[in-house]
Each structure stands twice: as C-alpha cells, then as structure tokens.
Design a protein around this ligand. Sequence first.
Ligand code: SF4
Length: 194
Amino acid sequence: MAKPFRDKLVKAFQDWSLPRQIVGEDAMSTAAESEGSRRWRPRLEQADRVGTSICPYCAVGCAQLVYARGNDVLHIEGDPRSPINQGTLCPKGAATIGWMMNPNRLTKVRYRAPYSDHWEDRSLDWAMDRIATLVKQTRDETFVRHLPDGQTVNHTMAIAELGGATLDNEENYLIKKLFGGGLGMVWIENQARV
Ligand code: SF4
C-alpha cells in the first residue's frame, strides 16, 4: 500500500470517533469528538449584537432574530418569543440572509425610459412621483362615468393592481379603498391564495 494513502487511512481511523470511544476511558459515552468537530465553532460566536425584525416575505409576519458583527449580518433565525412562529421560520424566511447579503441585490431604483436602450439610476422620490403622475394621468384620460346605455359606472379599465403576499389585512383594505373607491379601478388582484 502506498505510504501517503496508508497515512491517510491511519489518520482517518484515528480521527473516527468510534475506535477512540472504544479504547477511551468512557466507552459508553457518545460524546467523542473528531479533530474536525473540535475545530467547529458556534455559528453565533462572532456576533457582537442581535436585533429583532419581521420576515419580509409574507403576511404571516414571523419574528426574526438578526445576529450581526458591526454592520455585517451573520445569521437570521426565528424568534422563540413570538406567538406567531415560536422560533421557527419556513424555508423562505430561513433564507432571508441570502436575500440581504446577495451582491446582486438592487439598492437603487433602475429606470429605462421609453425607447431607451439603457438603464439609469433614479431616486426613490423621483420614482414615486412618476408613478403617481402616470396613474393620475391615465385615470383622468380613461375614466368612464356612464356607459352608452346611461348606466353609471365611474370606473377606469386602463389600470390594474396586483398585490403581493407580503401585504397584510390593513394594507389590502387601504388598497381596495384607494384603487377601487378612489380611483375607480376594476381589476384589483392579489397573488396570494391562502
Ligand atoms: S415567508 Fe415563511 S418565515 Fe416568512 S413570514 Fe411567511 S411563513 Fe414566516
């Protein structure tokens, strides 16, 4: 047997917890450690603070504990004090850190003007103003008070709204009031099917 391979085999055997447990002082113990596991550190050891947050993904609103070192988020887990999730998170909530730390995450508004071939950075205030302006303009241009037979409808068929699962009851209530009663929109939908 080649020496490097034999050395590796001996090392692996020595590192395996079972033989060390059998020849060790406490043969019935299940607490034998390998060299590898001895080097492992608690995943939160590096954190110097912990904050609380709410999972951004859906309206269940699971509470989270966010562990950080300086400005770097190290780990996010469920908050056991929450009566909603009692320390648990679903796979989406458990992966929140990937969403936060993803280098591809957009942190600015990106805008491509009509007929343009490139994207531009814009401020959030600019984007909100533009959305409000276009909604008002479209609504005013397409608002129908009466159908040809005289029936009163007071609606616009030119704008639709699609909500997301993150919206809670109160936000959906306000959306219905603003878009339906206020603007006269007919197509108001939500992707959540709970
Ligand atoms: S996505 Fe999962 S973890 Fe997040 S609030 Fe909803 S159920 Fe909770």
